[in-house]
Design a protein around this ligand. Structure first.
Ligand code: GLU
Length: 452
């Protein structure tokens, strides 16, 4: 059987680095096992799902280096869900309930006040035809719950029913089906909650592994029961830890700055985002992977730790910087041209140790072309002497060395006292790329002007 995984976002917002983690983990697992990766849009909520968000998710995945083998949309598959719901009803495993949200809330509170677990009492199974007629006369419509297999003969007498699975990430897991309420599969307005469509699709698309956030561990217990009720074998499951923001709060889909679209727009390298999204919260070192093949070789779901992992922008920038420092000119020349950055290979080699993002090279290119010289009062005479010693053109890569040797000899200055005033006069900055290349690119005319 072909290993088949899926990433199943709801297209109700942009995806962020935490969602990217789920997508990447599934993609890498599929690729490592010569498998298939399906992008499945969980768009049964037609009000909130938007085509633009679905397009954005496809674009963001492509940016990360993920090309789905197949794309599916739940909004086109309602007939399959209706069929499955019918099958469960016929088996007596999907039953109508008429409680309002308020009534359920009050019941839960009463149970909690008595120190009891707030589990639904299956009143829906007890309604008489008369009661149902009365509810309907009131204008209530049924929502439908799945009857969990957590009892022997009498559904009102539940017993501990353990569901086990060998989690691809967390090892052996156990959920007790008697500790949860029968899940609602269909809302009062007839729309499906995520559970049933997800299971139906996982069966029909031949999903062999489901890897998702550990907020789904309890769902997995109930979903395994739904797989079995639909006469299917549940796939393997894995639950990875979640990413939180630096303050420990969850990353929300609406959190713009950490959306993949924003990180792309801010000039981050896809492999920096990929490396962090996959390696953070594992027992492995967080290092920049150069490409997806290297990432796949490094990826090991069993190294994912159980506690949540904190996303740190400084860590992302650090990875980005390490990738950029290693880029050859050929790897970036087209991007430099698109940013109107000249100076060729020499300029790139000079600036790359000083930048965190490729686009930062534009700041240095701007300085080559135009800078506000900074000359401190105590350095004025020194700068005039240095100016008088500038070699005649044409300049080459050796000019800086020759010039500063002369200036050193003539003025007696050395080290920082020699170089810093020159750097500040030439670039207006206290730090920056090797001046040997920068001086040559600035050229005699601008250099003379900046030293005045
Ligand atoms: N749409 C669901 C979610 O985003 C999918 C969960 C799953 O992978 O089964 O939470």
């Amino acid at each position: 059987m072909t290993v088949t995984l899926r990433f199943a976002p709801s297209p109700t917002g942009n995806i962020h680095i935490g969602n990217a983690r789920t997508a990447l983990v599934n993609w890498l697992y599929a690729k490592k096992n010569d498998g298939q990766f399906i992008l499945r849009f969980d768009d049964t909520d037609v009000e909130r799902s938007k085509v633009e968000f679905a397009e954005g998710i496809e674009r963001d995945l492509r940016w990360l280096g993920i090309e789905p083998d197949r794309i599916e949309r739940q909004s086109t598959r309602f007939s399959s869900y209706d069929e499955a719901a019918e099958k469960l009803k016929v088996k007596g495993l999907l039953y109508a309930c008429y409680e309002t949200a308020d009534e359920l809330d009050r019941r839960r509170k009463r149970l909690l006040a008595r120190g009891l677990p707030p589990i639904y009492d299956r009143s829906g199974l007890r309604y008489s035809l008369k009661e149902i007629a009365a509810f309907e006369a009131e204008g209530r419509t049924a929502h439908w719950r799945f009857l969990l297999p957590n009892y022997e003969d009498d559904p009102f007498t539940t017993k501990r029913t353990e569901v086990h699975w060998d989690d691809v990430v967390r090892g052996r897991q156990t959920v007790d089906l008697a500790s949860m309420s029968d899940p609602v599969l269909i809302r009062g307005d007839g729309t499906y909650l995520y559970t049933l469509p997800s299971v139906v699709d996982d069966i029909e698309f031949g999903i062999t592994h489901i890897i998702r956030g550990d907020d789904h561990v309890t769902n997995t217990g109930a979903q395994i029961a739904v797989f079995e009720a639909l006469d299917a074998k549940a796939p393997a499951f894995g639950h990875h830890n979640l990413l939180t923001s630096a303050d420990g709060s969850g990353l929300s889909k609406r959190l713009g700055s950490l959306s993949i679209a924003n990180l792309a727009e801010d000039g981050f390298e896809p492999m920096a985002v990929v490396s962090l999204a996959v390696l953070i919260g594992t027992s492995q070192a967080v290092e920049p992977m150069k490409n997806m093949a290297a990432m796949a070789a490094r990826f090991d779901p069993q190294t994912i730790t159980k506690s949540a992992a904190k996303f740190d922008m400084a860590e992302l920038l650090g990875l980005n910087k390490r990738l950029v420092h290693d880029y050859s000119y050929d790897a970036v020349s087209e991007r430099l041209s698109a940013l109107n950055i000249g100076g060729g290979e020499e300029f790139w080699n000079a600036v790359r140790p000083n930048i965190e993002k490729v686009s930062d090279a534009a700041d240095w290119w701007a300085i080559v072309n135009d800078a506000n010289p900074v000359i401190d009062d105590e350095d004025r005479d020194f700068i005039s002497e240095a100016k008088a010693l500038l070699p005649d053109g044409p300049w080459d890569g050796e000019t800086w060395k020759k010039w500063t040797a002369l200036v050193k000899e003539k003025t007696g200055r050395k080290g920082k006292g020699l170089f810093m005033p020159l750097r500040k006069a030439l670039t207006g900055q206290e730090h920056g790329p090797e001046l040997a290349t920068i001086l040559q690119l600035i050229g005699p005319e601008k250099t003379l002007a900046r030293l005045s």
